[in-house]
Design a protein around this ligand. Structure first.
Ligand SMILES: *[C@@H]1O[C@H](CO)[C@@H](O)[C@H](O)[C@H]1NC(C)=O
Ligand SMILES: *[C@@H]1O[C@H](CO)[C@@H](O)[C@H](O)[C@H]1NC(C)=O
Length: 292
């Protein structure tokens, strides 16, 4: 009983002090400030680790982003090459997002086609033996979140993107080296030329299935994982599929001319199976309602 009455006595004891309101106000603003920091409304750089690695995203922007980081794992950007201009966004998608895209696409998979350079029509081809399907841009909340993230990372607005294409490669299936830019007039009517591509790996592949750039200008002996690549992948600069990782590369040079070093292919899957999702980005806004 005696103890319970103590705080009351303390306050009455200080009632005469003119500093009390100021002290209380200072304390309260400190508490509010700390709460804002904890909620991530104010950003603080996370340690000195982020300093020297300019290619790494180590700055928290909001509480939401740190929650996202928890789901997607550590994210960092790797510069792959300047010719072609290519980057890898590690852990770009979460495991759940990869599984969602596969689940959404599975019932609608069809044998992949390629664009006929003369007619601009889609045709069956031996150079591309995978199966695939197109999702509609902005189709649902998860797709919109992914498309917004793609725009944030690539600086290319969502409206410039075609619908995501989900692809599936079984053992032996591949996509021979090709360019993503068009050679015909027909396919550039809506949105203009394809300028860049983001290729997201939705699964790991036990062996093979690498993305290879056979015309890339690079030093092959500098690749730390060179010995683990399939013979197809050793013919150029290659990326091993890893679930959640995204490969971003440009098909055009900075002055808008076609970049022949962007030639790329999907090596045959040797063991396991490969799922990927591709976002092609155009020079101008790409109107919806068109299949291409
Ligand atoms: C290629 O990379 C290796 C290993 O990083 C290095 O020792 C070599 O000097 C490089 N060669 C050239 C031509 O840059
Ligand atoms: C565009 O840039 C490349 C080098 O990046 C150069 O070789 C080419 O001549 C340029 N083309 C035009 C039309 O400016």
């Amino acid at each position: 009983m005696a103890r319970a009455s103590r705080p009351g006595r303390l306050i009455t004891g200080r009632r005469s002090s003119p500093y009390l309101p100021i002290i209380v106000a200072l304390l309260m603003s400190t508490v509010v400030l700390l709460m804002l920091v904890a909620l991530g409304i104010f950003s603080l750089p996370v340690g000195s680790k982020g300093g020297p690695h300019i290619s790494r995203h180590r700055f928290r922007r909001s509480a939401f982003e740190s929650k996202e980081e928890e789901e997607r794992g550590e994210q960092w950007t790797e510069l792959l090459s300047w010719e072609p201009r290519a980057f890898i966004y590690h852990n770009f998608l979460s495991k759940e997002e990869c599984e969602y895209l596969i689940k959404l696409a599975t019932p609608r998979m069809q044998k992949s086609t390629v664009v006929d350079t003369k007619t601009g029509k889609s045709v069956d081809s031996r150079v591309r033996t995978s199966s695939g399907m197109f999702l509609r841009r902005g189709q649902d909340k998860i797709i919109r979140t992914i498309e917004k993230r793609i725009a944030d990372f690539t600086f290319i607005p969502v409206e410039h993107g075609e619908g995501l294409q989900v692809l599936h490669y079984e053992v032996g299936q591949k996509y021979e080296p090709h360019f993503d830019y068009f050679h015909d007039e027909f396919n550039t009517k809506n949105g203009g030329q394809r300028i860049a591509t983001l290729l997201m790996y939705l699964s790991d592949v036990e062996e093979g299935g690498e993305t290879v750039f056979p015309s890339a200008i690079f030093n092959s002996s500098s690749l730390p994982y060179y010995n683990g690549l399939s013979s197809c992948a050793k013919k150029g600069l290659s990326v091993k599929p890893k679930r959640g990782d995204a490969l971003f590369f440009w098909s055009l040079k900075r002055n808008g001319t076609k970049d022949p070093t962007s030639l790329h292919g999907g090596c045959p899957v040797i063991k396991g199976s490969k799922w990927s999702a591709t976002k092609w980005m155009r020079l101008h806004k790409f109107e919806l309602g068109n299949p291409l």
